[in-house]
Design a protein around this ligand. Sequence first.
Ligand code: ZN
Ligand code: ZN
Length: 402
Amino acid sequence: MVIVNSKNSINNYLKDALDISDEIISNRRYLHQNPELSFVEYNTSQYIQGKLSAMGIPFTVMASTGVIAHIGTGLRCVALRADIDALPIHEETGLEFSSKFDGVMHACGHDAHTAMLLGAAKLLKRQENELGGVIKLIFQPGEEKAPGGANILIKEGVLANPTPEVIFGQHVYPGNPIGECSFVSGSMMASADELYWTIKGKSCHAAQPHQGTDPILVAAELISHLQSIITKMRNPLSPGVLAITSIHAGNVTNIVPDSVEIMGTLRSFDDEWRHLALSEIERRSLLVAELHGATCEFKPLIGYPPLVNNNKAVEFARKTAESLFGTKKVTDFEPKMWGEDFAFYAQQIPACFWVMGVRPLDIDSMPGLHNDKFTPDEDAFAYGTALLASVAINWLNNPNPF
Ligand SMILES: [Zn+2]
Ligand SMILES: [Zn+2]
């Protein structure tokens, strides 16, 4: 076990988490070996329920596979969230506890998130009688797949009875060494919408173009034109991405095909601009197609909103992390254009999402999230467990955290 900080800066929660490291790691290995895709995490859900029952922690099931547990009583409430789903990726880590299921892998570290929240549950349960309120533990399904498990749980009332004053969540992060956590106030991650177009023209022989309507020409013009939405309709101080990532049409040299399929993604930190951009993409797509006598069907799959952290909640969690790990292990996070469905909670109540370093101390880089060789260092999990437990306890012990 690697201890990153000097003994003086480690308070009891980190020591307590390090003491139960073997259990956290064993839970994570089981989950890693038995990954399940979004919204079908039935075995994972059962496993979590079994562990909670063994600890004497009551829970309810929501959205079929989500598990919502409560520790403590009282009027005040804090929520902690972990996502539990895996990805459709074939694992290539070579670990002895690699996925048992071909084509399914915990490549985003949600196995670690779940194991760390179970670890935090153990530490919190021990202190149940001294808590100044209720800690709601949300084991959430379907983070990786639209419409997002968070979205569904909120509709089913996860933020009611009681309503948390604040919610905290974390993501393992290969960009930081073990035990280094990073925070950012305000915008942290982007909205992420999937874009799908079908352009229909009229097939003809390439030597007789006047007898058809060329959808490839329409697609070429459309793709170039759409970039003007990013360059001319967006405040340049607000980040935005419009990427075309797939285009399919035709299969021979002498026939103009009758249709083109295009895919792409739109990402932004500005929810208002995002919706304006989506309607403008549709309007311009139809116009460009019409100009050529073709038709265009634009079908966006609306994804997650931008993730915006509450400044006070961030400040609180950051100070807690500094007192746990020392100031050198707490750094600034550079916002990313990734998507994360924790954003749905942040739309409803004050929220703070942070990243927890899982890179081994002796290397400078490691395979990233969603990579088939992603292997977080297990020594990091005690840090994530300690921070979850202590931020919740500190919040409830503080009569006026805002
Ligand atoms: Zn992911
Ligand atoms: Zn993830």
